[in-house]
Design a protein. Structure first.
Length: 558
């Protein structure tokens, strides 16, 4: 392999290609994505999903989807189904059927028995507090349990009784017998099985002992013949235990490789903390469009392709990093700009009456759907005497460089005519409620022979034809870039109470009357919007996906 080619590969690809070239595992590449079904997938999981599945595709290998369901207290079948839905939405298909750590409970139990028979595991009656104290500290060696030297026969008998439900939760554990003086705390006789009399979402009440993650993880990899087990960086200290168990059990030598997690500013990726947001009502559900979950991003209108490209763009490192949320939004905006039609929606309406336009006249203006993609064609949009424009597009006493509607000024309506603002109508309290204009009949877009100049171009909707809609404007869920990174402060202290603004009486053009949930649009001059999952023809609901302002691109130019 040339040096140039090696330099273009990330460190995991270099390892894989070295293995392929050496003939290791017959040149096979087999990865896996092993989520815990105790919550919804979030933006941090996307990095691991894209990495594992992309590598499988690139090297003609396989990628398993394995549910790490070893803690029955927190796991639900609903979470399993949502995980499957999210991965498929992201554009990936796993190898064969979904597999579960619980599929291997019998084999894992057999592995534990093998360790006991080799004198490498023992049943410990110590309390959790006593075990924690025995562990010592990074600067002090641990102390051996008084139960460490039980006979193999006694350990086998006790472990079988644990399996048969003879003991209460927490009364006994099975520990690997390694080295209580190891500088690696994970090697100081780690717990590999604990008692939990809990109903499991798949195995029911068949088991009352469950393997710890460190025991189930490597052995499940080995059972499946996983060649490259890719983990986030916090598991690098667990790797010696991963390797030790495979060596002592003499099973397929899966290899664990760590890479840095992906964190995104103004987001959190702790499922425990996300669950708290849901349970305490700070958000409506796991798929609330403000949530950093895949379901939330999908409902908000983030394209799967944008998430994939964002994950690929950040590269692979061995140091945790914080990605700017503006970077993610850049990829969302870039994908939507190519994909979605432009439409007109007025979020904060102001009535405009065109006084010299016939009251009973309706024209249909031809509007291009997407100037980025001519194949998307055009549509007809009704125009009448009364229209809505944005309140912010009118100013009674504007500054010099204000190019929108104002008394005595000309302004063009997108795809329609040039208007001249004549008068303002106010209520008893002095609030502007209506604007009166005249139009230039020979200024129609594409047919303009008026010679009239107009600097500003406004979006609009015809009042008799407009469809009322609810529009939800979303902001950052937190006010700090790293809400859970402030010592002594709870992340909820940074919860953004202004993260959702609901506009109950917005108006959109009639072409959106039957807009299907999940469909996406650019509201001209206002941003990108997606039709909410709860939207219907009786009540249209739009979620703002992202604004038009590209702050990340500007950040890169500085």
């Amino acid at each position: 392999m040339s040096n140039d080619k090696r330099e273009s590969l990330n460190f995991i690809e270099q390892i894989i290609e070295e293995d392929i070239n050496s003939g290791k595992h017959g040149g096979r590449v087999h990865t896996r994505f092993p989520p815990e079904p105790n919550g919804f997938l979030h933006v941090g999981h996307c990095r691991a999903i894209v990495l594992n599945f992309d590598l499988g595709i690139k090297y003609g290998g396989l990628t398993n989807l394995r549910m790490d369901d070893t803690n029955p207290t927190t796991e639900k079948t609903d979470y399993v189904e949502n995980i499957k839905k999210d991965i498929q939405w992201l554009g990936y298909e796993w190898n064969g059927e979904v597999v579960f750590a619980s599929d291997y409970f019998g084999q894992l139990y057999g592995f534990a028995v093998d360790l006991i028979k080799k004198g490498l595991a023992y049943v410990d009656d110590s309390t959790p507090e006593e075990i924690a104290e025995m562990k010592g500290s990074p600067t002090l060696p641990g102390t051996e349990s008084p139960y460490r030297n039980r006979s193999i026969e006694e350990n086998l008998s006790l472990f079988e009784q644990m399996k048969d439900g003879a003991f209460e939760d927490g009364s006994r554990v099975l520990r690997a017998k390694i080295d209580m003086t190891s500088p690696n705390m994970h090697m100081r006789d780690p717990i590999i099985y604990r008692i939990k009399h809990e109903h499991h979402h798949r195995t029911g009440d068949e088991w009352c002992i469950y393997p710890m993650y460190d025991f189930a993880h490597g052995q499940s990899d080995s059972i499946e013949g996983i060649t490259h087990s890719l983990c986030s960086l916090e598991f690098r200290h667990h790797r010696p235990l991963y390797d030790w168990l495979i060596e002592k059990l003499e099973i397929f030598p899966s290899r664990q490789i760590e890479f840095a997690r992906m964190n995104v500013s103004y987001m959190i990726t702790s499922k425990r903390k996300l669950l708290k947001l849901v349970e305490e009502g700070h958000v409506t559900a796991w798929d609330d469009p403000r949530m950093p979950t895949v379901a939330g991003m999908r409902r908000r209108g983030y394209p799967a392709s944008a998430i994939r490209e964002f994950c690929r763009s950040i590269g692979l490192t061995k140091r945790d990093n914080l990605m700017e949320i503006e970077r993610l939004e850049y990829y969302v905006r870039n994908e939507l700009n190519k994909q979605v039609p432009r439409v007109m929606g007025v979020l904060n309406p102001l009535k405009v009456v065109i006084t010299n336009y016939p009251e009973d006249k309706v024209e249909h203006m031809e509007i291009i759907n997407n100037p980025e993609d001519e194949s998307m064609g055009s549509r007809k949009m009704p125009f009448s005497r009364e229209i809505y424009i944005e309140q912010t597009d009118f100013m009674e006493d504007p500054p010099k460089k204000y190019f929108r509607m104002a008394p005595g000024r000309n302004t063009r309506l997108k795809g329609a005519y040039i208007l001249h603002c004549e008068d303002v109508i106010k209520d008893d309290e002095g609030n502007i409620i209506e604007v009166h204009c005249t139009y230039y009949p020979d200024s129609r877009s594409g047919q303009d022979t008026s010679g009239v100049k107009a600097k500003g171009v406004l979006h609009w909707v015809s009042i008799p034809h407009a469809k009322e809609a609810e529009v939800r404007l979303y902001d950052r869920l937190f006010t700090a870039p790293q809400p859970d990174g402030h010592e002594g402060k709870d992340y909820l202290e940074f919860f953004n109470k202004e993260s959702l603004e609901v506009l109950e009486k917005a108006y959109v053009e009639p072409s959106l009357s039957d807009a299907a949930p999940g469909s996406q649009y650019q509201f001209l001059r206002m941003g990108y919007f997606a039709v909410d999952t709860n939207s219907s023809s009786d009540k249209l609901i739009f979620n703002r996906t992202v604004s038009l302002k590209d702050t990340w691109a500007k950040m890169q130019k500085k």
